[in-house]
Write a protein that binds this ligand. Structure first.
Ligand code: NAD
Length: 469
C-alpha cells in the first residue's frame, strides 16, 4: 500500500477521492505536503446511507465473528506500523518512535475490545422471566481531534463496532491522512459500509452532528466545540459522548525523591509538545522541594532537542497547527507582558510551528496561564504550603479531566487523589490510560465514558424482555 499519496475517503467500502480537497501541512516546515478530500454534503449523505444499510447485518452477525474481524483490524494496523508512523510524523509532528506507540496503541484498543462481551442479566420469579440485554444504537457519528488522531479515532471505532453499530468517522482537518489510510486498510477486512471514513473542514462536523441519520455522536475535542455538538444533538435527541478539554493539576508533596520523579513529571507535562488532554497543566509543588524540582525540569528542558520529528534525536516536535501555534504564542506573550517570570529551555528551529519548552515560575493563581488550558509547552509551576489549601486550588476549575499526586507515602497520595474533582487521578505516575479502564471527564471536561465495559455500553441501550409465567 502506498502511504505517500492517494488519500481517499472510504464510503460503502469504496475509495472516494471527492471533487474538492483540503491542504495538509507539515507543522515542522509550515508547508503543504499533501491534500485530503473535502467531503461534500452528498458524499456525507451517501456515507450515512451505506452505514445505515450495513447496520442490520452487522448487528445480526454473531458477536464472535464481529470480534474476529476487529482483531484482524488491530493486527493489520500492527503490520503497517512503520509506514503509518512516518506519515504520522509528517502530518502531526510527533517524533517517529513516539508515533509508532500511537499506532500500536490503536491496535491494542481494537484487540482489547474484540475480547469484550456485553453482559446479559436474568431475573426469574414464580410469575416472571425477565431478560435485560444490550443492543446497539445504529449509525454512530465519530469526530476526533488532531493531538492523537489515530488513537482517539480507534477508541471510538473499537467500542462502537464491537457493540454492533456502524460508523461514519471524521478526523480533524489538520490530521486526516493516517486515519484515511486506516480506513483504506480496514476496507479489506470489514463488510462495506460498516466503517466509513470521511475528511473535510470543521463545517463537515457541523453537517454531521445535525444529520438525522445518526443515532449517536462520539466527540473528542475542545469544550467550546463540545457545547455546540451537544446543542446540535438535542434536536433529535442523539445519544452523546463528549471527551473535552482539561486543565489538570499535579500535586508534588515534600517527601518525594526529586531525581526519581523529575523526568516523569517533565514528560507528563510536555510529551507530544504538551498537546494532551490529560497532560499536567498546573504543577503545584510544596515549598520545601519547589526550587529543586524547578531547576531539574529546566535542566531537562535545556538538554532535549525540540525540532522536526523526522530527524534523529528529536524529543519534542512542533505545535501541530498554525491556529494552535498562534494561540500558544499569544498566551506566552501575555505571560511576559504581565511581568511573570518565564524560564525557557533549548532554542528551537525556525520555519515551523516551534515554541521552546517554557516554565512560568510561580505565577498568581488568577493569571491566564494558570486558568486557561494552554495545550502547548507552557507550564505554570505554583508553590504551596498546606494540603487542604492546594486541593482547593486544584479543584477550583471548571474542568475535571485528570490529575496526579506525587508522594512517597502512597496512602496519603490516595487520600489526596480521592479528594480531587476529576475523572482520573494518578499516584506517582501519569498519562496511564488503558482499554479496560473507564475514562470519563467530570464537570466541563466531558459527558459520558470511553473505554472499559462502561465505554462499550455507551454504544448500546438496554432492552428488556419481560415474560409472564
Ligand atoms: P476542536 O474542538 O477544535 O476540534 C475537534 C474536532 O471537531 C475536529 O475534527 C473538528 O473538525 C471538529 N469540529 C470543529 N467545529 C465543529 C462543530 N461546530 N461541530 C462539529 N464538529 C466540529 O478541538 P481540537 O483543537 O482538534 O482539539 C484540542 C482539544 O481537544 C483540547 O481542548 C483538548 O483538551 C481536547 N481533547 C480532549 C480529549 C479527551 O479525551 N478529553 C482528548 C484529546 C483532546
Amino acid at each position: 500500500m502506498d502511504f505517500e499519496t492517494g488519500y481517499q475517503m472510504t464510503i460503502g467500502g469504496r475509495g472516494v477521492s471527492g471533487a474538492a480537497s483540503i491542504d495538509v501541512f507539515n507543522p515542522a516546515t509550515a508547508e503543504v505536503f499533501a491534500n485530503a478530500p473535502d467531503c461534500s454534503r452528498a458524499e456525507l449523505d451517501e456515507a450515512v446511507a451505506t452505514a445505515s444499510a450495513a447496520f442490520p447485518a452487522w448487528k445480526a452477525m454473531p458477536i464472535e465473528e464481529r470480534q474476529a474481524l476487529l482483531r484482524k483490524c488491530g493486527e493489520a494496523l500492527l503490520t503497517h506500523t512503520e509506514a503509518l508512523a512516518r506519515l504520522f510524523t509528517r502530518e502531526q509532528g510527533r517524533p517517529t518512535d513516539a508515533a509508532k506507540q500511537e499506532i500500536q496503541g490503536g491496535a491494542a484498543w481494537l484487540i482489547s475490545f474484540s475480547q469484550m462481551t456485553p453482559p446479559v442479566h436474568l431475573e426469574e420469579t414464580d410469575t416472571r422471566w425477565i431478560e435485560t440485554r444490550y443492543v446497539p444504537l445504529g449509525v454512530v457519528c465519530a469526530i476526533s481531534p488532531w493531538n492523537f488522531p489515530v488513537m482517539l479515532s480507534m477508541w471510538k471505532v473499537a467500542a462502537a463496532l464491537a457493540a454492533g453499530n456502524t460508523m461514519v468517522l471524521k478526523p480533524s482537518p489538520f490530521t486526516p491522512l493516517c486515519v484515511l489510510k486506516v480506513g483504506e486498510i480496514f476496507r479489506e477486512i470489514l463488510p462495506p459500509g460498516v466503517l466509513n471514513v470521511i475528511s473535510g473542514g470543521d463545517e463537515l462536523g457541523v453537517w454531521m452532528t445535525s444529520h438525522p441519520g445518526f443515532a449517536k455522536i462520539s466527540f473528542t475535542g475542545s469544550t467550546a466545540t463540545g457545547k455546540k455538538v451537544m446543542e446540535s444533538a438535542s434536536k433529535d435527541l442523539k445519544r452523546l459522548t463528549l471527551e473535552l478539554g482539561g486543565n489538570d493539576a499535579a500535586i508534588v508533596m515534600p517527601d518525594v525523591d526529586l531525581d526519581e520523579i523529575a523526568q516523569k513529571i517533565f514528560f507528563g507535562a510536555f510529551f507530544n509538545t504538551a498537546q494532551i488532554c490529560v497532560a499536567t497543566k498546573r504543577l503545584y509543588v510544596h515549598e520545601d522541594v519547589y526550587e529543586g524540582l524547578r531547576d531539574r525540569l529546566l535542566g531537562i528542558a535545556k538538554a532535549i532537542k525540540v525540532g522536526d520529528g523526522a530527524e534523529q534525536g528529536t524529543v519534542l516536535g512542533p505545535i501541530q497547527n498554525k491556529r494552535q501555534y498562534a494561540r500558544v504564542l499569544e498566551l506566552l506573550e501575555d505571560a511576559k507582558k504581565t511581568g511573570l517570570t518565564v524560564l525557557q529551555g533549548a532554542d528551537v528551529p525556525e520555519g515551523g510551528y516551534f515554541i521552546p519548552v517554557t516554565i512560568v515560575d510561580n505565577p498568581p493563581e488568577d493569571s491566564r496561564v494558570v486558568q486557561e488550558e494552554a495545550f502547548g509547552p507552557i507550564l505554570p509551576m505554583l508553590r504551596f504550603k498546606d494540603v487542604d489549601e492546594v486541593i482547593a486550588r486544584a479543584n477550583a476549575s471548571e474542568y475535571g479531566l485528570a490529575g496526579a499526586v506525587w508522594s512517597k507515602d502512597v496512602k496519603a497520595g490516595i487520600d489526596i487523589a480521592r479528594r480531587m474533582e476529576t475523572g482520573t487521578i494518578w499516584v506517582n505516575q501519569n498519562l496511564e490510560l488503558g482499554p479496560n479502564t473507564p475514562f470519563a471527564g467530570h464537570k466541563q471536561s466531558g459527558f459520558g465514558v470511553e473505554n472499559g465495559m462502561e465505554g462499550l455500553l455507551e454504544f448500546m441501550v438496554p432492552q428488556v424482555v419481560n415474560v409472564a409465567r
